[in-house]
Ligand binder design. Structure first.
Ligand code: NAD
Length: 268
């Protein structure tokens, strides 16, 4: 049986990738696609008006909606899906804390899966970071991400996820040693770029966001100390990698119960 999907942001970069990738799969079919600039067709799929999203949900009754749009529309789409009991997969980044609260609220009525990055390589990078940080306790850490020149949010959602991973890994070391540095267990100070007289303080994590050309996404975690350095780098060769992961997530989420799900569960 094929899983039917609704696609939001269909005229965007990721929306187009999702429609192209879906056309190549026989386990999924596209029920409808929407955009706030409707009218054109993308990958042979007619793009309808985003204002009609709730009506389209009711008339097409898709199994899952796949969303790569913006923070405000992501929440609107998630709420509409929750009301209709339709599963929701989103990779939209730049959500505020309130935005995540609203997404989690939607998850009480329908299955919701959020991932700041849908690539398998990033999932492996996260595991490597969680292993390297405690193994190199006390080493300086700098995180650099690079994306295309139209990306809005900075640092990237993936960078924020990696920063949380670093904090969690540091926290586990400190709990083991039971020394709570600065009274803030595991929360590193995040220093976004440096300028002027800006020496590094112990324990801070430098965060650097570069924007150039059409780069799909690069993330490097650099750990240095003790006369050595370790650089863990992931490069996405194209957005197709994110689309493939998001569609795997949609196929996996289709028959789940309401709740909050993570991409790592799909990979496991
Ligand atoms: P884009 O600007 O090319 O496309 C965004 C689309 O969303 C456009 O069609 C736009 O019209 C639509 N949109 C934006 N705001 C809207 C609103 N208020 N109402 C209706 N439609 C709206 O962007 P993109 O490169 O496709 O990225 C989209 C999102 O996906 C970003 O948040 C980006 O960071 C994220 N992203 C996530 C992953 C991942 O793996 N999780 C990968 C790539 C991009």
């Amino acid at each position: 049986m094929t899983v039917s999907i609704g696609v939001t942001g269909a005229t965007g970069r990721m929306g187009g990738e999702i429609l192209a990738a879906a056309a190549d799969r026989d386990d999924l079919s596209v029920a409808f696609a929407v955009s706030r600039s409707p009218g054109e067709s993308v990958e042979g799929v007619a793009v309808e008006d985003a204002a009609d999203f709730a009506d389209l949900l009711a008339s097409h009754d898709p199994d899952v909606v796949v969303d790569f749009t913006g923070p405000a529309s992501c929440i609107e789409y998630a709420s509409a899906c929750a009301a209709a009991g339709v599963a929701f997969v989103t990779g939209t980044t730049g959500l505020s804390e309130g935005g995540f609260d609203a997404l989690r609220e939607a998850a009480s009525e329908a299955p919701v899966l959020y991932a700041s990055n849908f690539s398998r390589g990033i999932a492996a990078l996260r595991r490597a970071v969680r292993e390297a940080v405690p193994a190199l306790d006390g080493y300086d850490i700098e995180l650099t991400e690079t994306h295309h020149n139209a990306k809005r949010d900075a640092p990237s959602g993936t960078a924020l996820t990696l920063l949380d991973d670093i904090d969690e890994a540091r926290s586990s070391v400190r709990q083991t040693r039971s020394d709570d540095i600065d009274g803030v267990r595991g929360e590193s100070e995040r220093v976004h770029g440096r300028e002027g007289d800006a020496p590094r303080s112990e324990g801070e994590v430098g965060v650097h966001a570069r924007r150039a050309g059409d780069i799909a996404g690069e993330h490097e975690v650099l750990l240095a100390g003790n006369h050595e350095s370790l650089s863990l780098t992931h490069r996405a060769g194209s957005r197709g990698v994110f689309a493939a992961g998001a569609l795997d997530a949609a196929a996996w989420l289709a028959d789940r119960d309401a709740g909050w799900y993570d991409f790592t569960e799909v990979l496991e």
